[in-house]
Design a protein around this ligand. Structure first.
Ligand code: PIR
Ligand code: CA
Length: 322
């Protein structure tokens, strides 16, 4: 049983991460916090509440940061549409927001549970997590693990080198990677393997009912975006991969690396520079003794797609029969 706080910006794949977390009996979803990313904070918070209300997911939802730490806000309306969750028809959100700010919700929840029992799962820009570390530094040693969707070591999706969640708030991302806690980076290299193929869509269709329809409508919208923009045959389900690893760590392999976020590059701003521990000749920094390497981030490498697909189908079946 893993306790998690899902810090998200729904977002098509964030919505599926919510369903996977709520629909797996080994996950204890303590709460959902929202952050501006795919769309404005108003829209992504509305989406989180609407998904929870529509499918009976009774967990606290706390609204978080409306802009990045340092740089101006940007949204991904070119991917997720005007609402941030274009495609399905969602009834208006009838659930009420938690009264706390997301940052306070995260701090209160981590500090009120036993040490090393709460896992953080950021699947939007890391603004709330960075603010929480600043406001209550003791969460760093108290949290069990941090499994982030963000970064890449082969290619970006918003610039050639940078992945969106990191690019939107690189200073926050650097703070999260530098903090002394157990971080797993689930980047594009992994999530581009987590495709909602026609095989998976057929299995979801066979589940039947409103949740199955919701997920298929999400994939229809985002699938056509990925096809026309990037020639993907099927859309990636990025954010659900983080939850999948907390359900079953064997869903992907990891490699140890030192991860730095490029904050100043002309062509590389927001890129994660991933120095793998086992990369030949890469152990010693050329030049500066100040640049100590620290190979402690687990970087997700190879997905076991069938396990991932089973988890999705099982969770949607569970929620549908509940
Ligand atoms: C996905 C996202 C943003 C931009 C694109 N092109 C695709 C969102 C997803 O919700 C995921 O968390 C992350 N950001 C992937 O970059
Ligand atoms: Ca997201």
């Amino acid at each position: 049983m893993e306790k998690i706080i899902l810090d998200c910006d729904p977002g098509h794949d964030d919505a599926i991460a919510i369903l996977l977390a709520a629909g797996n009996p080994t996950i204890d979803l303590l709460g959902i916090t929202t952050v501006a990313g795919n769309q404005t904070i108003e829209k992504v918070t509305r989406n989180a509440l609407a998904v929870c209300a529509a499918y009976g997911i009774e967990v606290p939802v706390a609204r978080g940061a409306e802009r990045p730490l340092v740089i101006p806000q940007m949204v991904a309306d070119f991917v997720h549409g005007e609402t941030g969750l274009d495609g399905p028809d969602l009834p208006p959100a009838t659930f009420e927001l938690d009264r706390r700010h997301a940052v306070d919700f995260i701090i209160d929840t981590v500090m009120s549970h036993e040490p090393k029992t709460v896992n953080l799962v950021p699947t939007g820009p890391f603004t709330n997590i960075a603010l929480a570390i600043r406001k209550e530094p003791r969460i760093v040693e108290r949290v069990k693990s941090v499994t982030v969707m963000g970064g890449a070591h082969t290619r970006g999706n918003i610039t050639p080198g940078a992945e969106f969640n990191i690019y939107v708030d690189p200073e926050a991302a650097e703070a999260v990677f530098r903090a002394d806690w157990d971080v797993t980076m689930v980047g594009l290299d992994l999530t581009h393997q987590a495709l909602a193929t026609s095989e998976l869509q057929d299995r979801v269709r066979a589940v039947g009912g409103p949740i199955s329809k919701f997920v298929l409508d999400l994939w229809a919208f985002i699938g056509s975006t990925y096809e026309s923009n990037w020639e993907f045959a099927a859309p990636p389900v990025h954010d659900a991969c983080c939850v999948a690893a907390l359900i079953d760590p064997a869903v992907f392999t990891v490699a140890k690396a030192d991860v730095r976020v490029e904050l100043h590059g002309e062509w590389t701003k927001g890129m994660t520079v991933v120095n793998f521990q086992d990369a030949p000749g890469m152990h010693h920094d050329a030049g500066s003794a100040a640049k100590q390497t620290d190979f402690r981030t687990n970087v997700a490498m190879t997905l076991e797609w069938p396990r991932f697909a089973d988890q999705i189908v099982d969770a949607l079946t569970y929620l549908t029969e509940k």
